[in-house]
Design a protein around this ligand. Structure first.
Ligand SMILES: Nc1nc2c(c(=O)[nH]1)N[C@H]1C(S)=C(S)[C@@H](COP(=O)(O)OP(=O)(O)OC[C@H]3O[C@@H](n4cnc5c(=O)[nH]c(N)nc54)[C@H](O)[C@@H]3O)O[C@H]1N2
Ligand SMILES: Nc1nc2c(c(=O)[nH]1)N[C@H]1C(S)=C(S)[C@@H](COP(=O)(O)OP(=O)(O)OC[C@H]3O[C@@H](n4cnc5c(=O)[nH]c(N)nc54)[C@H](O)[C@@H]3O)O[C@H]1N2
Ligand code: SF4
Ligand SMILES: [Mo]
Length: 709
């Protein structure tokens, strides 16, 4: 090659080669780790890499394997790029104008014949606050339907229900994570932080270095047990019984804070009366635990000067989820361990915006700022913010799974799903699939063709975290701005823009005119003003300046509230509610026909219904299929071989899984992660029995039969 040519090529390369580094947040779990995305762009291709943000005060510069690989999924060529319409069983790309006209026709047709409520909306906790807010407004104003709910019903609803009843408000963590090292005893109940929020583990390790005792309550010895001083291997479904046992010891041995109880709570006498009747021997039999361990746990927490209790889905995803959490809150309150440094409670939120997603109106009974749709003043306020007559606002609808039942009964004929994959993640998923197939019109807005999208009549290409600007509220209650870094692939549109476009063709465009996400946020601020989740005092500028702000933040210049309940709780009298919790058995217990208890959950490499992580080779190669975790002795009795296959059957269905021996799980229990669909979908087996208050399904325990092959 001539010198001239080489020089020319070098010059060309220099001109076309660009390197940029920008900050973003992981799209997956509730920690919302910040990171730097590096892009090396040359003529034909872009190469991406990620480094943690060393300045992140929550993660202190950590990322887990999902965060490190999240971008590969967002820039994947298999992303949806065009609106797709199903014609004769196959997808055909169409122009947005045609897609929107078709949506208008389908919705009009259904609503004219069957009424406004015949079209429902189903949202998700990975959407920005702006989108969650807009989805609620879209359902109530553009569609005028009462049917809206979201996947957080399967996630945070039990903890939210319990916190509302006990404290008068629900914010996942009552204290910032930076206070964890101040606790002298920590209870981690049904939370597997090491796999589910790995980048906050160092706060707990620090606590331990400072002499904190950590108690883990889980039917399995999970990776989180590496930081435990005591592991209570509880039988799934018996947390409330266990806590009754602990309360018995705490009350009898006098580890209660009498002043706190007298000044800040109601209901102690009834609780004490109930606890006096608890038999420790009975609790030990129910929970399958050694009574000495229950006493030890009660003393550890009761005697500690400071302490924190964390619960997650292990305790919450039960038909008695609210009661389970309330009993842990009894423990917190009788010992006075809340509202002070190193003293508090945390429901470890799950999804990226699992916290914000539950505050601003995508729940069936809710309006923005934790307002209630059945509350006359709340209705009047939001109607005025939205500029609609109060009487035009629909009333409350039903919960996520009950929406599926309403579809099955033919009451809902059309559904719009944004950011969820209920065919994989819903309980009793064969029923969910059967119901969705009955719809006259199913519209899914996603990044990929998920298992649910496969059933849709129309599929719209939405936006990923790299393209979509907005705020996310992470597990501490800290609201953070996430800036857009990339343009959308193909003809994909921003999720919030799609809602506005549909509103426009439905003739409601005037209520949905925003030029950017920040304008939606500014409307949300006003809508949340005076509500329990008050964002009014926050601005994008300030959120960016100080790595987010904690709500409530009622006026500009307010510093935000990092520690809750220092002076008062949120009930009108300022007091928290203690309440006696009668233990209830799970809806299914082991029987001759179904002798094992199945519990379900997560593994480090995959995220929720797996649509994103199964599509990420780096993650999928490490955990390509679900495994049946079973104790070797139980496996031996059944005749299962490690690495061989087993059929697992519940009253609702059967699936075949690869067997993994684990001496770390209880002998009466098996565990399967729920990140897979089709023939590997464990939710074909799970029990849709719902909690009476919050309508959480019983994902964490059902009875199964297991056989080889
Ligand atoms: N890697 C990964 N991380 C995630 C997610 C993910 O999909 N993958 N999802 C995110 C989301 S949305 C959520 S909600 C969180 C969930 O976070 P976690 O709630 O921590 O996760 P799970 O694995 O569902 O359940 C936690 C533990 O509960 C235990 N368990 C089961 N039954 C019982 C019981 O009856 N009592 C008690 N005490 N424990 C029980 C299980 O053995 C399991 O180890 O994680 C978030 N982070
Ligand atoms: N058996 C069992 N079942 C469970 C649980 C359990 O522990 N056991 N846990 C439950 C819990 S806690 C949860 S949170 C649910 C969650 O379960 P799902 O609601 O199904 O959640 P995801 O898998 O995150 O589904 C998100 C879908 O939206 C798409 N998506 C992601 N981000 C975006 C976005 O920004 N825009 C758009 N348009 N689309 C997006 C993804 O591609 C995916 O198809 O599962 C529940 N199901
Ligand atoms: S999945 Fe959670 S812990 Fe892992 S990088 Fe993302 S936000 Fe952080
Ligand atoms: Mo979740």
């Amino acid at each position: 090659m001539s010198d001239f040519l080489k020089h020319f090529q070098r010059q060309q390369a220099a001109m076309t080669h660009r390197e940029t580094t920008t900050q973003t947040e992981c799209p997956y779990c509730s920690v919302q780790c910040t990171m730097n995305l590096h892009e090396e762009k040359s003529i034909m291709v872009s190469r991406y890499s990620v480094t943690p943000n060393k300045e992140d005060p929550v993660t202190e510069g950590r990322l887990c394997v999902k965060g490190l690989n999240a971008h590969t999924n967002a820039v994947d060529d298999r992303r949806l790029k065009y609106p797709l319409v199903r014609m004769d069983g196959t997808w055909s790309p169409v122009a947005w104008e045609d897609a929107l006209q078709r949506i208008k026709l389908e919705i009009r047709k259904i609503q004219q014949v069957y009424g406004k409520d015949a079209v429902g909306v189903y949202g998700g906790g990975s959407l920005t606050n702006e989108e969650c807010y807009l989805l609620g407004k879209f359902a109530r104003v553009a569609l005028q339907t009462k049917y809206i709910d979201y996947n957080g019903r399967f996630c945070m609803s039990a903890a939210a229900g319990a916190a509302n009843l006990t404290f008068g408000v629900d914010r996942g963590l009552t204290n910032p994570l930076s206070e964890v090292p101040l606790a002298k005893c920590i209870i981690l109940a049904g939370t597997n932080l090491a796999e589910c929020q790995p980048t906050i583990m160092q706060h707990f390790r620090k606590a331990r270095q400072e002499g904190c005792k950590i108690i883990v309550i889980d039917p399995r010895e999970t990776a989180t047990c590496s930081i435990a001083d005591l592991h209570l291997k509880v039988r799934p479904g018996y947390d409330a019984a266990l806590v009754n046992g602990m309360l018995k010891v705490i009350l009898e041995e006098g580890y209660v804070d009498r002043d706190f109880i007298a000044q800040r709570t109601n209901g102690f006498a009834e609780l004490a009366e109930h606890v006096s009747k608890v038999s420790l021997a009975e609790v030990a039999a129910l929970t399958g635990l050694d009574p000495l361990h229950i006493i030890e746990a009660a003393r550890m927490y009761g005697q500690a000067e400071t302490g924190m209790v964390f619960t997650a889905r292990g305790v919450e995803q039960h038909a008695s989820g609210v009661a389970n959490v309330r009993n842990f809150l009894n423990l917190v309150l009788v010992t006075g361990k809340i509202g002070k440094p190193g003293c508090g409670y945390g429901a470890v939120t799950g999804q990226a915006n699992g916290q914000g997603g539950r505050e601003h109106g995508q729940k069936a009974d809710q309006l923005p700022g934790y307002r209630l749709i059945e509350h006359p003043e709340h209705r009047a306020y939001i109607a005025q913010v939205w500029g609609v007559p109060e009487e035009e606002l629909p009333r409350k609808g039903v919960s996520a799974y009950e929406m599926m039942e309403a579809i099955d009964r033919g009451e809902i004929k059309g559904l719009i799903i944004l950011g969820s994959n209920p065919v994989v993640s819903g309980p009793n998923s064969s029923m969910v699939e059967k119901a969705l197939k009955k719809l006259k019109f199913l519209l899914v807005i996603d990044l990929f063709e998920s298992e649910t999208a496969r059933l849709a009549h129309m599929l719209l290409p939405g936006s990923s975290y790299l393209e979509d600007e907005g705020t996310m509220t992470q597990l501490e209650g800290r609201v953070m701005v996430r800036r857009a870094l990339k343009t959308l692939p193909g003809k994909a549109r921003l999720d919030w823009k799609i809602l506005c476009d549909i509103a426009e063709v439905l003739g409601k465009g005037d209520f949905f005119r925003y030029r950017k996400a920040e304008e939606i946020f500014n409307e949300l601020r006003v809508a949340s003003k005076g509500g329990k989740a008050d964002y009014f005092g926050m601005t994008y500028e300030q959120l960016e300046r100080q790595h987010g702000m904690f709500w409530p933040c009622p006026e500009e210049g307010h510093p935000g509230t990092s520690r809750m309940f220092e002076e008062r709780f949120e009930h009108e009298d300022g007091r928290a509610r203690l309440t006696p919790i009668e233990h209830q058995n799970p809806k299914e217990v082991a029987s001759k026909k179904y002798p094992y208890l199945l519990t379900t959950g997560r593994v480090l490499q995959h995220y929720l219904s797996g649509v994103q992580t199964r599509n990420t080779p780096e993650l999928n190669s490490k955990f390509p299929e679900p495994l049946l975790e079973i104790h070797p002795e139980s496996a031996g009795e059944i005749g299962l071989i490690n690495g061989g296959h087993a059929s697992v059957t519940s009253k609702r269905g059967m699936i075949r899984l690869k067997v993994k021996y684990s001496a770390k799980i209880r002998r009466d229990t098996v565990f399967v992660a729920f990140h897979w669909g089709d023939d590997h979908c464990i939710n074909r087996l799970t029990n849709p029995a719902l909690d009476p208050t919050c309508r959480m399904p019983e994902f964490k325990v059902c009875a199964v039969r297991i056989s080889p092959g």
